[in-house]
Design a protein around this ligand. Structure first.
Ligand SMILES: Nc1ncnc2c1ncn2[C@@H]1O[C@H](COP(=O)(O)OP(=O)(O)O)[C@@H](O)[C@H]1O
Ligand SMILES: [Mg+2]
Length: 373
């Protein structure tokens, strides 16, 4: 290769790299108008100083749930100085204390004093401030299912939802975000009787929608002609398998890196294919990360053995977690539904049919994901 095809060492294919970063909030946010309106409708009372409706955003990873909330939060904060919005990532802040500290930091710009201070103290400070300054608080609990795994969901929700009973004048709305409605199995009736959210479903994107969204990222992220229409279609076909847009954006970025590494001004199909191998793993790891502790333990046991009889597997699982057969059986089924494992019956067992359990991904990949956390 000569001349123009070769990238000089300080040149790049990326016009604006931030457009391809996972936390980028795009200007153009199509195909989610009804969801955005659903959230706006639920939160609208807050703009008039009233307690908003709670809502629950439900949909698989990469369907725009977090981004949609951040968009509406941005609008609300720009228009209503008396509304405070806080997004809590429950994977990171998974206790009542951590959630309330996050809210405290947003309100006061500093962390609460941490030397042995009780939850109640922080909570009272937050609530008293809201009441005296007549502010409405909107809390997005992103990946709320993590609060269930850690066993803190009820106390977090209860504190926020019933604050006004103890502290009259408090106005708090909750936006819950989950992958699946069944993720909220752990909420008890005290919470459910006050949560009563507006359900806002986020379905998987289809290929035309994916193409439309990725085209916009390509336009702002890369210089012109870096990726051809045919190769963008190839990217879309990969994304369609999972429906996870994050995979598509990650694929574009990695493909660009691969082309740059070759010193090329354009992305080739090999660049995309190589990127897909890497980002497939990213998807696997993201999925595994969403599993609960016991689910991860079981998957790890299976991956370490490659192939194992259900009875044996239960024994090791019980030793490790002390959990009983019902939970074990439930988790095996979940891992099967999520496509991580096969659990088929064979005729070869000593007492007739046994179940042989094996992983559907390379054990090495699974163990790598589990290690990364
Ligand atoms: N309708 C859309 N238009 C533009 N970008 C989108 C859209 N939906 C999702 N994205 C992008 O896809 C990625 C994943 O979105 P995110 O909101 O994090 O999904 P979720 O919270 O459902 O997992 C983000 O980079 C986001 O900017
Ligand atoms: Mg999200």
């Amino acid at each position: 290769m000569t001349g123009n095809d070769i990238l000089l060492w300080d040149e790049t294919l990326f016009k604006d790299p931030s457009v391809l970063e996972p936390d980028y909030l795009p200007e153009y946010f199509p195909h989610r108008e009804s969801q955005l309106n659903g959230i706006r409708f639920a939160l609208k009372p807050a703009l008039r100083g009233m307690r908003p409706l709670n809502c629950l955003l439900v949909g698989p990873p990469g369907t725009g749930k977090t981004s949609a909330v951040m968009k509406v939060f941005g609008e609300v904060e720009a228009h209503a100085p008396s509304v405070v919005t806080v997004k809590v990532n429950c994977q990171i802040d998974s206790t009542r204390f951590a959630v309330m500290s996050r809210i405290y930091r947003k309100l006061f710009g500093i962390s609460p004093p941490n030397s042995g201070i009780a939850f109640r103290k922080i909570f009272e400070t937050v609530v008293n401030f809201l009441v005296s300054s007549e502010k409405v608080l909107l809390v997005a609990l992103d990946d709320l299912n993590y609060l269930c795994y850690e066993g803190h969901a009820n106390e977090v929700m209860y504190s926020l939802l019933r604050a006004h009973e103890q502290y009259p004048g408090t106005k708090i709305g909750i936006i819950g975000i989950v992958n699946d409605a069944s993720d909220l199995y752990c909420l008890d009736s005290r919470v459910n009787s006050v949560f009563l959210p507006e359900d806002i479903p986020f379905p998987r994107y289809g290929s035309t929608e994916i193409l439309d969204i990725l085209k916009d990222r390509v336009k702002y992220g890369f210089y012109p002609k870096v990726i051809s229409d045919e190769l963008l279609e190839l990217v879309v076909s990969y994304v369609e398998r999972t429906g996870d847009l994050r995979v598509g954006i990650d694929l574009l970025k990695r493909s660009g890196f691969n082309a740059e590494r070759r010193g090329s001004r354009t992305i080739s199909s090999e660049d995309v294919e190589k990127a897909y191998e890497a980002s497939k793993l990213l998807h696997l790891c993201r999925g595994i990360n969403l599993l609960s502790g016991p689910e991860k333990h079981l998957l790890e046991l299976i991956a370490k053995r490659g192939e194992v009889q259900a009875g044996e597997l239960y024994k090791s699982f019980h030793e490790l977690t002390q959990l009983g057969y019902t939970r074990f059986y439930g988790i095996v089924n979940k891992l099967q539904v999520l496509n991580y494992i096969d659990a088929d019956f064979t005729g070869k067992g000593q007492r007739g049919r046994t179940r042989i359990i094996k992983t559907k991904f390379r054990a090495e990949d699974i163990l790598n994901c589990l290690e990364k956390k």
